[in-house]
Design a protein around this ligand. Structure first.
Ligand code: CP
Length: 315
């Protein structure tokens, strides 16, 4: 594997799960692969889990790590070509990216959707410039449209916890006061479609995800009906794709609570975190034994390490 930006980069998913479970058991067994190699993590947006888990994963692999929070530590970076740079951005990505690439062996990049222009976001403008100009492998630490490190961790968590070969997995939209990108939801659907699991997506009218991610995945607009018999409930907010970046509903009737979880097959509750309690999910549900959000977050380290291992092995 050279770059990791979507499920398509990782090959056979069963094998990918095996690699992850192996590094989970033996986190320091492959540290020779990263000796004298460096990973730079570039954040255009905030992070807790991705920053710590990916840096830890790289350190487990024996790598040196450097982190740059662009908006706090670095120069503001211009991404448009042909602009007169007389504003607040003193450096262009076209110089910054190859310079960063010259200092390291792998780059991790987080660059969210900006919600100013759907086509620009969905073309992954910043992530693709890193791939084009870095000269080294690039790992998406959440782009504008996908969060593949999260989805890989989600898959491993489901594989660890499932009690039947074909669990019913429900992705449910939940309310949120801010407009959030579709990346986690898009990516989760994209990864689940590559499995044999039964996937159902539930959301209010107007929150349909992009057709290229959804394909023929079943949408059940009645959330309670969707929850019936579910083995996994994955809650996530996202802003509207059709009415791009807009909040169409803040209906707290979509909050995941014990009443709804009682409709499931003792489903595990999943969320990528950070999560707003009593908006997305009730205190009772997230604190219940069925909540697996911490295991899911720990698997971020595991799967980031699996990705770094696969890339180092191919250098
Ligand atoms: N789930 C996730 O990506 O968390 P952070 O935004 O804290 O990195």
């Amino acid at each position: 594997m050279r770059h990791f930006t979507s499920v398509k980069d990782i090959g056979d998913l069963n094998q990918a799960v095996e690699v992850a479970l192996d590094v989970k058991k033996n986190p320091f067994a492959y540290s020779h692969l990263g000796k004298n190699k460096t990973m730079v993590l570039i954040f255009f947006n905030s992070s807790l889990r991705t920053r710590l888990s990916t840096q830890k994963a790289a350190m487990n692999m024996g790598m040196n790590t450097m982190v740059l929070n662009v908006n706090e530590d670095g120069w503001q970076l211009e991404s448009e070509l042909g602009v007169v740079m007389d504003g607040d951005k003193p450096e262009h990505l076209r110089e910054a990216i190859p310079v960063i690439g010259s200092y390291c062996d792998i780059i991790g990049v987080r660059a969210f959707a900006k919600f100013q222009n759907k086509e620009e976001d969905y073309s992954e403008k910043i992530l693709n410039q890193f791939i084009e100009y870095a000269g080294v492998p690039v790992i998406s630490m959440e782009g504008a449209t996908r969060h593949p490190l999260q989805s890989y961790a989600d898959l491993v968590t489901i594989e660890e916890l499932k009690t039947k070969p074909r669990p019913k997995v429900v992705l449910t939209w939940a309310p949120h006061p801010k407009a959030l990108p579709q990346a986690v939801a898009n990516s989760f659907v994209e990864w689940m479609r590559e499995t044999d699991f039964e996937l159902v997506v539930t959301h209010p009218d107007g929150y349909e995800l992009a057709p290229e991610f959804m394909g023929d995945v079943y949408v059940e607009y009645n959330q309670k009906k969707a929850f019936e018999g579910a083995d996994f409930i994955y809650a996530k907010n996202w802003a509207s794709y059709t009415n791009y970046g807009k909040i169409l509903s803040n209906d707290l009737n979509w909050t995941v609570n014990t009443e709804k979880m009682a409709l499931t097959n003792k489903a595990k509750f999943m969320h990528c975190l950070p999560v707003r309690r009593n908006v997305v999910v009730s205190d009772e549900v997230i604190e219940s034994p069925e909540s697996v959000v911490v295991q899911q977050a720990y698997n971020r380290e595991v799967t980031a390490q699996a990705v770094i291992k696969m890339i180092l092995e191919s250098l």
